[in-house]
Design a protein around this ligand. Structure first.
Ligand SMILES: [Zn+2]
Ligand SMILES: [Zn+2]
Length: 213
């Protein structure tokens, strides 16, 4: 299994491509704005994209969904609580951030995600963890000891909670109650910025109060 990251769009959103090299099949997480180079690289390699997974529906994470979906014919997965955000530029934030984006909408997602779901994709298992707080339908995806955390947990930081549907208490519950229960060696691949690990954040994240030691 190979994990590649692409910084896409005006606010450097991380898109991740997880590839099962034996099968030459991939999953794309959060294809943000201007995903051309990501698409090109996969097409050049003849890779089949089996699914497009979204950690949440803010415009910087979903801006490239339709381009990616059309290029590969892959279905899109999102938590039910943000299914409508894909088709509503007010809800996905693209209307508000008019200085960096035109209003963005995509077609509806094909599948809904929910807490505890196990997705069997590209010969691997992706566990869906509902981790609200940054947004109500934020999810994290756990594949082996790799966690794709969206805008919930960053290296030495956490997602903002002042946007519509955000809630600080939910965010800390998600991080302490779910993410910090994972094995410390779990690698964290956030929606922005560098990789980290659960153990490193438990020791060093300055924003999560009452962290276990
Ligand atoms: Zn976000
Ligand atoms: Zn983001």
């Amino acid at each position: 299994m190979k994990i590649q990251s692409y910084e896409l769009g005006p606010i450097q959103t991380n898109a991740y491509v997880i590839t099962n090299e034996e099968l030459n099949r991939a999953v794309v997480i959060d294809p943000g704005m201007n995903p051309g180079k990501l698409i090109q690289r996969l097409q050049d390699a003849g890779t089949t994209v089996e699914a497009i997974l979204l950690t949440h529906a803010h415009f910087d994470h979903m801006g490239g969904v339709d381009e990616t979906r059309k290029a590969f014919g892959a279905p899109v997965y999102i938590h039910d609580l943000e299914a409508e955000w894909l088709t509503d530029p007010r809800k996905n934030g693209s209307l508000r951030w008019s200085e960096v984006t035109a209003p963005l909408v995509t077609d509806e997602a094909e599948y809904a995600l929910d807490e505890g779901q196990m997705l069997k994709l590209i010969g691997l298992e992706f566990r869906v963890m509902h981790t609200p707080g940054h947004s109500p339908g934020s999810v994290s995806f756990l594949c082996g000891e790799h966690l794709f955390s969206g805008d919930v947990l960053f290296r030495q930081s956490v997602g903002r909670t002042d946007l519509p549907g955000g809630a600080e208490r939910d965010l800390f519950d998600s991080i302490r109650g779910k993410l910090y229960k994972l094995a410390p060696q779990t690698t964290v691949y956030p929606g922005h910025g560098p990789r980290t690990s659960i153990g490193y954040e438990m020791q060093n994240n300055p924003y999560v109060p009452g962290q276990p030691r």
